[in-house]
Design a protein around this ligand. Structure first.
Ligand code: AMP
Length: 503
């Protein structure tokens, strides 16, 4: 029978890749939470009209890339091509704006769908993590979300971030700029690509973003938005640039920057990661301010600002740059039952070890020792627990250290304890190493004190109430190190604040 392949432009997330996606999304979520953002997760399909009105009829996304279908109730629906419109729909439908606690701060994560030509880093189903800050006209809101984006990237271990910003002004500025662009492009219309001919009529700003080489050259000589910006728009750009510089974040003002969604107005921005090798990974994500979107979708007059990261792009960068090793999980043990009877005997051990949080499997079928040890090796297991006829008779389990190949016989009633002690330095670590003097913060934060003299655990020395995450590094000072760079240590941070306040 013919094999069914996954739809063109989609990909399966298998094993560690799936784990890495969850890690990227969770890490961004933890940083967003510190900034006061809450999740707002919307359906992956919505009324087609939401995107036609929200994202814009003239955008490539709505014109060419939407997955539109009629459901059994004859409603025209669409798979979401982006996250902002759905979040705005929810804010309006649930009257979330009826509060004086503005701006609303929400984040989302999940799959998006665009019928694009698949290529490296460009898929038809891809994932985004995004945030929206809705209900403030202050430039502080723009600054906050840009800073948040950079802190998320830092928390993922990416430091060399290039941030490009521009302003596309308010409607009046854009209208005047559109007219100027039309004037500029008019004599060249016969030479531009068919898409740009449509863009010329519907939204000439999008011509600046065309990837066709001859159109790229034309765009270079096109007038820029700068001359149409108001002094306020220019001040806003300067404010963002100056404020980010204050935090050591360099920003490039790029007057040619436009973004593919019609709802933007005012500040827009884009992030890229430039590794020490200089390799070009393309844009990680971007966003900007939207002033009319909520109103156009039937809500009150509220401005918002937000951005979205492409998780595929982030995964690609983190993987290429070797920054995902700690998300790879290895097994602690493998149980090898040499017969059906042995496997039944030892199943309780498997359950107990798993209940204790150790990761491992048992063979369900008879296989050769060689292939079972190969499986253990592939899964990175630390020890093998072997039960054959001989062991059953003696009521012992043969415990083999798969690194040193040393093997000992351990009585049934002592085997759980033996395995727990052997795996203690490894099991919650996630750094993947077996070293007892490993410097991985996670490793030392999470394991219980083993009582070893050279253990870095200072549990016994502490007299304050510890948050349990920075146990080993603290003498009441958060190191800020470790997964999430300290952001996931809520209790600890609160304690620090409390301490400062009482000083
Ligand atoms: P946008 O919603 O177009 O502003 O895109 C934000 C980010 O999502 C981009 O910078 C990419 O990282 C990612 N992205 C957009 N389209 C795709 C796609 N078709 N495949 C993979 N990632 C995408």
């Amino acid at each position: 029978m013919a094999i069914i392949s996954s739809p063109k432009g989609t990909h399966d997330l298998i094993g560690n890749e799936g784990r890495a996606y969850a890690y990227i999304s969770d890490t961004c979520g933890l940083v967003a939470a510190v900034y006061g953002f809450d999740p707002l997760l919307t359906p992956i399909f919505e009324a087609n009209e939401l995107f036609a009105r929200g994202v814009g009829d003239a955008t490539d996304i709505v014109r060419k890339e939407m997955y539109v279908f009629t459901d059994k109730g004859n409603r025209l629906m669409a798979l979401r091509p982006e996250g902002t419109a759905g979040v705005m729909r929810s804010i309006i439908a649930n009257k979330l704006y009826a509060t004086n606690d503005l701006p609303l701060r929400y984040y989302y994560s999940g799959p998006m769908f665009r019928y694009e030509r698949p290529q490296l880093g460009r898929y038809r189903q891809f994932h985004q993590f995004g945030v929206e800050s809705v209900g403030s006209t202050s430039i502080m809101a723009d600054f906050e979300v840009i800073l948040l984006a950079i802190h998320m990237l830092n928390a993922l271990g990416l430091d060399n971030i290039t941030t490009k910003i521009n302003s596309i002004g308010k409607k009046e500025a854009r209208d005047a700029y559109r007219a100027a662009l039309k004037k500029y492009y008019e004599p060249h219309l016969k030479d531009v690509c068919p898409d740009c001919k449509v863009r010329y009529e519907q939204n000439p700003l999008r011509m600046l973003d065309c990837k066709v080489p001859s159109d790229v050259e034309l765009a270079k000589k096109a007038p820029t938005i700068t001359e149409f910006l108001t002094p306020q728009d220019k001040n806003d750009l300067e404010f963002i640039k100056y404020s980010l510089n204050q935090y050591g974040i360099s920003v490039e003002v790029d007057y040619g920057l436009v973004r593919g969604l019609d709802y933007y107005s005012g500040i827009i921005f884009e992030f890229a990661y430039i590794p020490p090798s200089g390799k070009d990974y393309g844009a990680i994500g971007g966003g900007g301010r939207y002033d009319k979107l909520v109103e156009e979708l039937g809500g009150p007059s509220l401005e918002g600002v937000g951005f979205a990261f492409g998780i595929e792009r982030l995964y690609h960068i983190l993987n290429e740059e070797g920054k995902l090793a700690h998300t790879e999980i290895k097994d602690d043990f493998i149980i090898i039952g040499m017969s059906e009877k042995a496997r039944h005997t030892v199943y309780g051990l498997l359950t107990t070890l798993r209940a204790d949080g150790l990761r491992g499997i048992m063979n369900f079928e008879d296989k050769s020792f060689k292939s079972l040890f190969k499986i253990a090796e592939n899964r990175g297991a630390r020890i093998a627990l072997i039960l054959g006829e001989e062991e059953m008779k003696k009521e012992v389990v043969a415990v083999r250290d798969l690194k040193t190949q040393e093997q000992v016989e351990v009585p049934f009633d002592q085997v759980v304890n033996h395995v727990l002690v052997s795996c203690r330095h490894n099991h919650e670590c996630g750094c993947g190493c077996d070293e007892e003097d490993c410097d991985c913060d996670e490793h030392h934060e999470n394991h219980e004190c083993c009582g070893e003299e050279d253990c870095k655990c200072h549990e016994g020395e502490e007299d304050h109430e510890c948050c349990g995450r920075h146990k080993h590094d603290e003498n009441h000072e958060c190191t800020g190190k470790g997964k999430g760079r300290g952001v996931n240590c809520k209790k600890h941070n609160t304690e620090k604040t409390d301490t400062n306040e009482t000083k």
